[in-house]
Design a protein around this ligand. Structure first.
Ligand code: Z5A
Ligand code: MG
Length: 225
């Protein structure tokens, strides 16, 4: 007896500061809702939880934390929402996620923490079915009104972060290809808003009807030959 019930796709939007993640996420949600497709927007950090409020205070430089501590808090913020993400996906709703574990690695590793150490706490989180990486140079991003007041919103940090995202793009694409699950797609985010929206839609469209396989686990089995 086979069930034809499908789950929702787990779609993550990643990218540098000012690459347009939140703008594109909002546009995509509107488009899906207009087509009566169930979708839920999730943003990380989720600043509404107790852990999220500690992160918010750190990002605004209202409190100081050791680099390891803040890294683990970002990861804990994802873990505290992991069960509800899985339940939502299994109920048939798409989750559109504005930043995820890839940002966690990129920003902490840019401060000098070892890459593998940064990845460890996020191993086994729900794995995205699709990662849309909005790529833009820090120079071009800066033209969009300059950087803000929060930590990390500096050109030099953004440059290092972009390098680490580049490494993750290669590794994740190779791993996803090997496991025959999921996709990492790099989008040129320096284009006009409309052009970026169109590129995103082309990649997202095949995912909107839902998926039949199980939700995968992030980076599990990575060390196995
Ligand atoms: N962080 C971390 O360290 N560890 C973690 O695990 C996680 C995060 C999850 C806060 O993130 C910080 O947390 C972040 C990483 C770190 N630090 N930095 N940098 P956040 O998500 O709250 O903040 P953000 O995403 O970095 O900033 P942002 O300003 O929200 O960027 P965005 O969402 O990518 O951009 P946007 O708001 O959609 O657009 C920015 C402006 O550009 C806006 O005026 C738009 O109208 C304009 N825009 C957008 N697209 C275009 C195009 N195509 N052309 C022209 N103008 C455009
Ligand atoms: Mg944003």
């Amino acid at each position: 007896m086979s069930s034809s019930k499908k789950r929702g796709a787990f779609i993550v939007i990643e990218g540098l500061d000012r690459s347009g993640k939140s703008t594109q996420a909002a546009t995509l949600v509107e488009r899906l809702q207009a087509k009566h497709i169930a979708v839920q927007l999730q943003k990380f950090p989720d600043r509404t939880t107790t852990i999220g409020r500690m992160i918010d205070s750190y990002l605004r430089s209202e409190s100081d934390l050791d680099d390891h501590t803040i890294h683990l808090l970002f990861s804990a913020n994802r873990w505290e929402l992991a069960t509800s993400i899985e339940e939502t996906l299994n109920a048939g709703t798409i989750i559109l996620c504005d930043r995820y574990a890839f940002s966690g690695i990129a920003f902490s590793a840019s401060k000098g923490l070892p890459f593998e150490w940064c990845r460890a706490p996020d191993v086994s989180l729900p794995a995205p079915d699709l990662i849309l990486f909005l790529d833009i140079t820090p120079e071009k991003a800066k033209e969009r009104g300059g950087y803000g007041e929060e930590r990390y919103e500096k050109e030099e940090t953004q440059r290092k972060v972009r390098q680490i995202f580049g490494r993750m793009a290669e590794e994740t694409a190779a791993q996803y290809e090997k496991s025959n699950h999921g996709r990492w797609v790099t989008i040129d985010a320096s284009q006009s808003l409309e052009a970026v929206t169109a590129d995103i839609w082309k990649v997202v469209e095949p995912f909107v009807e839902g998926l039949s396989g199980p939700i995968h686990r992030l980076w599990e089995g990575l060390d196995q030959p």
